[in-house]
Design a protein around this ligand. Structure first.
Ligand code: GAP
Length: 448
């Protein structure tokens, strides 16, 4: 049997350890949908929290929003999504499979996977046609066109349509941003590479509104800040790049777009786009809604339509990048001192689903009670896990695989000097720490 690839190992670990499962799995799965298990839910929440903390809570110039997923159809007509949010699609009349016309060279013929669609003698590909990626549904009991709405394909438009509401209901002044995290839905023709391209996923977007004269500086600042964010959360420089779009890739209104890209096992893929959108979106919504979305600057007495910088990140896609980056195998001694392969998720402590695991060395001599007492104390401050089953070495390995940065063991010595061992996931080094100092020890290391 060939050695499984990194992606195969990661997908298997995600299922085994409760990070990610196929959506609707017991009914055969629903392609392009994924369910996040107990570990994945915590990891995703930690990514969202880190993003929100770093981009909203700790800044004075960004406020949050949580807009509805179902939005008026006119929103998507104004934004251009109804007419332009399409991918070119080809069908094979023989095997009934569908492919993106611009990705035939990367796709496999279902009849003969070593060939691309169109290369097998039975392939009968249709001409390419435009396929709109928005999911439709109906509001109310009657399924007719007038009641049709789209599930949002991006969170951004919820921000633009609330620009005036936010200006009127807060005292925030330009330049400022509105941030939103939420689900987005795209009927991708070929969802692929695990959660990388899904039909339901999560975005973390900011629309940063500024005076047109300052927009280029803001674009550059956001581009650099967003690139640094991934590095700060543990992505190595070699696996991360900032790719500035060429003139030919830019929309007509854009003065610049950069993508933060990660080197996935199959190649470079976009994690986030930082786009300079000018006044395009607000102007479109002004035209289509008839509402005035211009901004009046009290100091300069100027009225203008703000320009927008849009850092638009994928939460679920960055989760995959963080997992790929964290996945490591090394050699570590087993219970008898023999070297064995150890799987470790070297997740940044801010992202780790569980921050510390607490073990009694054995289930006697008051150790479980002491361990439980410590567990209850730490639980008030962070996500911790209690485990008393099996050999302690096995318990360490399980936590290594889940990315838990610290394992704390209550042993025979604890009863005599009130100290515990704290084991570091990455170095596997252990140190003795007084029980009363454990909380401080963890808090100091987890926020770095
Ligand atoms: N408002 C701009 C916008 O939505 P985008 O490049 O289409 O721009 C932004 O999407 C980010 O959303 C991407 O960089 C990616 O991280 C994530 N994303 C887009 N489509 C996705 C999909 N089908 N599955 C998972 N993540 C996706």
């Amino acid at each position: 049997m060939p050695e499984p690839t990194l992606m195969e190992k990661l997908v298997s670990l995600c299922k085994r350890r409760g990070f990610i499962y196929q959506g609707s799995e017991i009914y055969g799965g629903l392609n392009g949908t994924w369910d996040y298990g107990p570990m994945g839910t915590e990891l995703l929440r930690n990514i969202r929290n880190a993003w929100w903390h770093d981009n909203v809570t700790t800044r004075e110039d960004i406020v949050g929003l949580d807009a509805a997923i179902l939005m008026h159809r006119s929103v998507w007509q104004a934004s251009g999504h109804e007419s332009n949010f399409t991918d070119p699609l080809v069908d094979c009349k023989c095997c009934k499979a569908r492919f993106r016309a611009d990705q035939l060279a990367e796709s496999q013929c279902p009849r003969k996977p070593s060939k691309h669609p169109g290369e097998h003698h039975e392939c009968q590909l249709t001409e390419a046609r435009k396929f709109n990626l928005m999911f439709k549904t109906f509001v109310g009991p009657v399924e007719e066109d007038a009641q049709m709405v789209y599930l949002r394909p991006e969170t951004a438009q919820g921000i633009f349509v609330n620009f005036k509401n936010v200006c009127d209901s807060t005292r925030i002044k330009l330049p400022f941003g509105i941030a939103q995290i939420g689900k987005a839905f795209r009927n991708e023709i070929t969802p692929k590479q695990f959660v990388f391209r899904s039909r339901e996923f999560e975005q973390m977007e900011i629309e940063f509104f500024c005076h047109p004269d300052t927009s280029v500086q803001w674009y550059q600042r956001w581009r650099d800040a967003r690139f640094q964010w991934y590095k700060d959360l543990g992505i190595k420089s070699d696996n991360l790049r900032l790719r500035e779009h060429g003139q030919e890739e830019l929309s007509h209104y854009s003065r610049g777009t950069s993508d933060v890209e990660y080197l996935f096992p199959w190649g470079w893929g976009e994690l986030e786009g930082i786009g300079y959108r000018g006044d395009y979106d607000l102007t479109q919504h002004m035209k289509c809604s008839g509402k005035d979305l211009s901004y009046f600057d009290d100091e300069t007495k100027q009225r203008f339509v703000p320009h927008v910088i849009e850092p638009s990140a994928g939460a679920t896609r960055s989760l995959l990048a963080f997992l790929c980056e964290a996945y490591t195998e090394d050699q570590a001694p087993d219970e008898k001192g023999k070297l064995e392969t150890r799987t470790v998720l070297r997740l940044h402590p801010r992202l780790a689903p569980v921050k510390a695991a607490i073990f009694p060395l054995v289930k006697k001599d008051g150790m479980p009670e002491k361990a439980m007492e410590l567990y209850r104390q730490l639980q008030k401050h962070m996500a911790v896990f209690y485990d008393e089953k099996g050999a302690v070495g096995r318990r360490y390995r399980r936590q290594d695989e889940a990315g838990t940065p610290y394992c704390i063991t209550i042993d025979g010595q604890t009863n005599t000097d009130q100290t515990v061992t704290i084991r570091d996931r990455d170095s596997m080094k252990q140190e003795r720490v007084a029980m009363e100092k454990v909380l401080g020890y963890l808090l100091e290391r987890l926020v770095r």
